[in-house]
Design a protein around this ligand. Structure first.
Ligand SMILES: Cc1ncc(COP(=O)(O)O)c(C=O)c1O
Length: 377
């Protein structure tokens, strides 16, 4: 049997990894400034993480959600403590799309409405409602297109109000920093206005923190910079440092009832052990502070590049925008300099999504390589 050919692959085969580096089958060492798409938060194969998962799988890897699982309770408590999101409730699932799918479904259960409001250039995943709320017709199949979604330009509060006034929209879903779309973000005034409108028109505000959460921006969640309180917060990626886990934080104003949401694998013992160790390392190694410091260092270095159009993003969710498409540059960085970086829907944007353990010396290596390729030595 061959693989269903949906990924345009680079011809590199990683076989091991340690902190900031990935090693391939020919023992070539790659600096990882991509984090496997913003997934590696505490560094590859962190000893505490490896230990936690190994110990747990020896004891009990999985049992269903029909029994008590104290690891889920421990995880909810630790998440509350580190994120500062008081009194939310936690529902665990397996991926970012699934988190958003549950968030949208829960919003609709809660206020009985069925339209979604999402933003232009958004990415929320590839499942039913999540992909319908994603602004990319190429990945929306006819079966998904039956969902009713209004796409609004990020920042256009008036249009949001015109739509919410019709009283048909169950949820507004928003990435406070757009990931796949290209790291655009709006103002605190806009986000606070959005929160106000959602309250006024009984619409759930969903913060999609799948990519920006778990400390990547230097705050635990990207929305926290704007001092707002979402009704639902979706999480995944950095949460498991590579172990598949996702979830939603649910404001206490939304009530649970038996059977409302459910999953077989979500919140299993192994996944909880992985995430608990991620939270422990984030705290012990002060990785959110590191994200802020290294981001500052990165931006100072980037400002010195004459050919740069703009620097985008926040924390360790950074983008360098050029006047030309970056696909060739990205290939050169991988194959000639052995540095992984990311791309975006915006073809001129190089994305930097490293593990939060990154140090200044890694940033130096990146800029040396970049300057060489841009002939700016
Ligand atoms: C903001 C955002 N939401 C949702 C998703 C979907 O997550 P997953 O690929 O785990 O389903 C992604 C993935 O890139 C994302 O960036």
């Amino acid at each position: 049997m061959s693989l269903f050919n949906v990924y345009p692959l680079y011809d590199i085969t990683p076989v091991s990894a340690k902190d900031m580096y990935v090693y391939d089958d020919k023992n070539v060492k790659y600096l990882d400034l991509y984090g496997g798409h913003a997934v590696i938060s505490i560094g590859h194969s962190h000893p505490k993480y490896v230990n936690a998962i190994s110990r747990q799988v020896e004891k009990l890897g999985f049992y269903s959600n029909a029994i008590q699982n104290p690891l889920q309770v421990e995880l909810a408590d630790k998440l509350e403590q580190l994120s500062g999101c008081k009194d939310y409730h936690l529902f665990l699932c397996n991926s970012g799309a699934e988190a958003n799918e549950n968030a949208l479904k829960l919003a609709s259960f809660h206020n009985k409405k069925k339209k979604i409001l999402a933003f232009k250039n958004s990415f929320h995943g590839r499942t039913s409602a999540a992909v319908a709320a994603t602004d990319n017709p190429k990945i929306v199949a006819p079966i998904n297109a039956q969902q009713e979604v209004d796409f609004v330009e990020l920042g256009e509060l008036k249009t949001v109000e015109t739509i919410l006034k019709q009283n048909l929209t169950c949820a507004v879903i928003v990435e406070f920093i757009q990931g796949v779309g290209g790291l655009d973000q709006s103002t605190t005034e806009f986000y606070q206005g959005l929160e106000k409108l959602c309250k006024q028109y009984n619409t759930a505000l969903i913060a999609d923190e799948v990519q920006s959460g778990f400390g990547r921006t230097g705050d635990f969640f990207a929305f926290q910079k704007h001092n707002i309180t979402p009704d639902i917060i979706s999480i995944a990626k950095g949460m498991g440092n590579g172990f598949p886990i996702g979830g939603i934080l649910i404001h206490p104003s939304i009530e649970a009832s038996f059977g409302l949401l459910g999953t077989t694998f979500g919140g299993n013992h192994l996944a909880c052990a992985a995430t608990l160790s991620v939270l422990e390392v984030l705290e012990d190694e002060k990785l959110m502070e590191n994200a802020i410091n290294i981001s500052y260092y990165f931006q100072e270095k980037a400002k010195a590049l004459p050919s740069l159009k703009s620097i985008k993003g926040r924390g360790l969710m950074m983008g360098l925008e050029f006047e030309f498409p970056i696909s060739e540059l990205r290939k050169k960085l991988i194959f000639d300099h052995h540095i992984f970086t990311g791309s975006a829907k915006n073809p001129n944007l190089l994305r930097i999504l490293p593990p939060l353990t990154i140090q200044e010396k890694h940033i130096d290596l990146f800029f040396e390589a970049l300057k060489q390729e841009l002939n700016e030595k």
